[in-house]
Write a protein that binds this ligand. Sequence first.
Ligand code: SF4
Length: 331
Amino acid sequence: MNKFSYIRATSVNDAVQRAMADQQALFIAGGTNLVDRMKVFLDQPSQLIDISRLQMRRIQDTTAGGLRIGALVSNTAVADHPTVRQNYPVLSRAILSGASQQIRNVASVGGNLLQRTRCPYYYDTAFPCNKRQPGSGCPAVTGMNRMHAIFGASDQCVAVHPSDMCVALAALDAVVEVEGTNGRRQIPFTEFHRLPGDTPQRDTTLEPGELITAVVLPPVPFAQSGVYLKLRDRASYSFALVSVAAMVNIAADSIIEARLALGGVAHKPWRPQEAETFLRGKPANAETFQEAADMALQAAQPLVDNGFKVELAKRAIRRSLILSAKGGNVA
Ligand code: SF4
């Protein structure tokens, strides 16, 4: 690690002002990804602004009938919260499918959103990497790319976002609350993470100095049907090859509304909205779900090593929708 200074922020405003004054500074809360990156010199901040003592640890009901989850609530506390388990089981299941109990106990909600890709070339400084050093190249495009993107990639970067929690939040149409020098703003979850384009070094649409303060869940009356299906190389402590968050609202065997989000396939949680639109008004049966799955993967652009993800994702979508139509699944 390089030398850095450490300061404990006294308020959200104090943290934001300090980050604006020193744009080489980084916020730290649980540190479960940041410290790993600092150890191998991926991040070399001039100072760490410790936000872990700020008042952002509450989960509150909203007047709209949803939930507001403070940015410092641990992943474990979200997954175990009775209202999350009852009304948003897809979120609880997604969180419990990721990392380990020890990491979930320390990792914060805000930090989960800001974790960076696990592309092996990004972590190995013997290789060039456009995300680490813009303009240096992307060895994954022609190298080992089994874990990489099949949607939304560019010739600059083909990495995927590693979070499970974010896939569920995308399906739930969550909103990210952030605070900056221009005050508070709300970012729809599907606009929070970005595709790599020509600037793969930027993972999110956060402006300099902005701090995540909360994630807001709107009421989703059919979210109790939520399913999270994660397919990976080993049964635990492994990132998704493909994951699916699915919810369906069915009346008289007809689909009123469906939500789908995919993980492990793009630089951000991927919402196949054409498949969601197709499902509306269709009979809730396996044939419909297969058609939706085929539609969701129609625009996939697999790389040399990850063509298997296309069929894997189709099967995962079909199965998730079938389970959701039956009322939800086990973790
Ligand atoms: Fe770097 Fe992205 Fe290429 Fe991985 S895929 S080596 S993170 S530029």
